[in-house]
Design a protein around this ligand. Structure first.
Ligand SMILES: Cc1cc2nc3c(=O)[nH]c(=O)nc-3n(C[C@H](O)[C@H](O)[C@H](O)COP(=O)(O)OP(=O)(O)OC[C@H]3O[C@@H](n4cnc5c(N)ncnc54)[C@H](O)[C@@H]3O)c2cc1C
Ligand SMILES: *[C@@H]1O[C@H](CO)[C@@H](O)[C@H](O)[C@H]1NC(C)=O
Ligand SMILES: *[C@@H]1O[C@H](CO)[C@@H](O)[C@H](O)[C@H]1NC(C)=O
Ligand SMILES: *[C@@H]1O[C@H](CO)[C@@H](O)[C@H](O)[C@H]1NC(C)=O
Ligand SMILES: *[C@@H]1O[C@H](CO)[C@@H](O)[C@H](O)[C@H]1NC(C)=O
Ligand SMILES: *[C@@H]1O[C@H](CO)[C@@H](O)[C@H](O)[C@H]1NC(C)=O
Ligand SMILES: *[C@@H]1O[C@H](CO)[C@@H](O)[C@H](O)[C@H]1NC(C)=O
Ligand SMILES: *[C@@H]1O[C@H](CO)[C@@H](O)[C@H](O)[C@H]1NC(C)=O
Length: 386
């Protein structure tokens, strides 16, 4: 008899006896092998929870040359960082890795005891009691020729990630007029020659949107000496590659680009900060019917719990308002602690053969005690956007 059919058989008995713990292939299945998923895997494996991590290698920071602002690993190429993490986690016997795509996740549990069947791209099924989604986001870029190829290599959305290496060079801001002031607030300590290429959005609607978020944006942009170029962008041409033109002593990368327009002369810049949309990397959360708001899986940040019992969302994909590697690791760790304690509560309740009190309030208290809750207010303040 296959595990899956044993599972569905035992689950059909669950309604009558809530204390029965379903027999599954793993305690936890983690989807996504970026810093979020790897951190969750580490956290559950060190307390000997059996876990399987699926990954299909579409990492958000895949295009970047180096990862920054991750203490102890400032400047490490992201694939090296993930490789080291995998190597270190591999020593825990209950940690398992699988290269592959998860196609669907079906709940087979009850209100009291969660269980899931995970189906991969080959049609194979795997079962687990808890699911962690560390599936990430993707950047939705306009199809402007030259943009996609250079994204992460002189054209970036996050000054903490790549600003320093281009400091004091001529900076371009790409995005709508209403996003320019926010970009200047983030970059003014690194750049003084800033031109915003607003691509035709300097119109009454764009101005009204800008005013809605910052009353006196016009005066303030003037005070920072920011130029606004409203022409329609046709392409962004790379004329020098900062991967080759570098000064390692200075930690400087010298990319050079020309912005071309439907009319007039092109403009040269050394780097760009962008303001474009992001979207869920995978449609899993939608297919599972989770609450996804504004392309973010809505979580209760006390334990990174998604809207379905037994499902956790971490890293860029979740809604706690922060998208960077330290947040990915933090949220993965937080989910790992929470779900381990949750599993132990379920196990513990089943041992005394009566339905345990699995109130969220108690569970939260337990998890907070284990991870410490003093960091949360600081995170909320410091990482509101990045
Ligand atoms: C160009 C660029 C540069 C950046 N530089 C930095 C930096 O210097 N410092 C910093 O802190 N942050 C940086 N970031 C942000 C950083 O990349 C993200 O915050 C981080 O990668 C989030 O980690 P994650 O684990 O949530 O997602 P990801 O790293 O994107 O990993 C998600 C993984 O899940 C996999 N996956 C998704 N769906 C499925 C599925 N159905 N089945 C199997 N696998 C699946 C994906 O293929 C991917 O491998 C940068 C971002 C960009 C775009
Ligand atoms: C799985 O992917 C990782 C990361 O790219 C790679 O190091 C490893 O060799 C792959 N394993 C298999 C079995 O293909
Ligand atoms: C895999 O699980 C799904 C969902 O529970 C089920 O519909 C399907 O029949 C299973 N496939 C196999 C090969 O067991
Ligand atoms: C510029 O605007 C045009 C027309 O609205 C649009 O198609 C294009 O994607 C925009 N380019 C950028 C870089 O925003
Ligand atoms: C900016 O460009 C748009 C689209 O071409 C145009 O409608 C608008 O009038 C321009 N704004 C200014 C200030 O020239
Ligand atoms: C890098 O910068 C340092 C310090 O300004 C300078 O001495 C050195 O010559 C530069 N190296 C290259 C290769 O330009
Ligand atoms: C920029 O403005 C256009 C037109 O109003 C809109 O469709 C688009 O979503 C805006 N982009 C961002 C990143 O807000
Ligand atoms: C989804 O989450 C949003 C944001 O927290 C909330 O406002 C909304 O009520 C939720 N919707 C459902 C159906 O739970």
């Amino acid at each position: 008899m296959k595990v899956a059919s044993i599972l569905s058989l035992s689950l059909s008995l669950l309604a009558a006896s809530a204390e029965v713990i379903p027999k599954t292939d793993y305690d936890v299945i983690v989807v996504g092998g970026g810093p979020a998923g790897l951190s969750a895997l580490s956290g559950v494996s060190r307390v000997r929870r059996s876990a399987l991590l699926f990954d299909d290698h579409r990492y958000r920071n895949g295009p970047t040359r180096n990862m920054h602002d991750v203490i102890g690993n400032d400047g490490t190429p992201p694939d090296e960082f993930r490789g080291l993490a995998r190597e270190q986690i591999s020593k825990y016997p209950s940690a398992h890795f699988k290269n592959g795509t998860v196609k669907s996740i079906t709940s087979t549990g009850t209100d009291d005891v969660s269980a899931f069947t995970v189906t991969d791209a080959t049609g194979k099924n795997y079962t687990a009691r808890k699911i962690v989604l560390g599936t990430g986001l993707r950047d939705v870029l306009p199809d402007t020729p030259g943009l996609q190829e250079s994204f992460g290599k002189g054209i970036w959305w996050c000054p903490w990630c790549d600003g320093w290496e281009h400091r004091d060079q001529p900076l371009g801001v790409l995005g709508n007029l209403s996003d320019v002031f926010g970009s200047v607030l983030e970059t003014n300590t690194l750049f003084s020659d800033i031109t915003a290429f607003v691509n035709g959005t300097q119109n009454p609607e764009g101005e009204a949107q800008a005013t809605a978020s910052h009353d006196d944006w016009k005066e303030q942009l003037k005070a920072w000496n920011v130029k606004i170029d409203n022409r329609t962008i046709t392409s962004i041409e790379r004329i020098q590659d900062g991967a080759v033109h570098q000064n390692k002593t200075l930690d400087a990368q010298y990319d050079k680009f020309l912005v071309h327009f439907t009319e007039g002369e092109p403009v040269e810049r050394g780097a760009f900060i962008t303001n474009f949309h992001t979207a869920q990397r995978t449609d899993l959360a939608y297919k599972m019917g989770l609450n996804v708001s504004d392309e973010k899986i809505v979580v209760d940040t006390s334990g990174m719990r998604a809207s379905e019992f037994g499902v956790y969302a971490i890293g860029d994909a979740n809604s706690d308002g922060s998208t960077n590697v330290p947040h990915a690791m933090f949220s993965g760790k937080k989910a790992a602690v929470y779900l381990h304690v949750q599993l132990s509560r379920e196990d513990s309740a089943s041992k005394i053969s009566k339905r345990g009190d699995l109130s969220y309030r108690e569970l939260e208290k337990e998890a907070r005690r284990a991870i410490g809750d003093n960091l949360e207010p600081q995170w909320a303040k410091a990482t509101r956007r990045n």
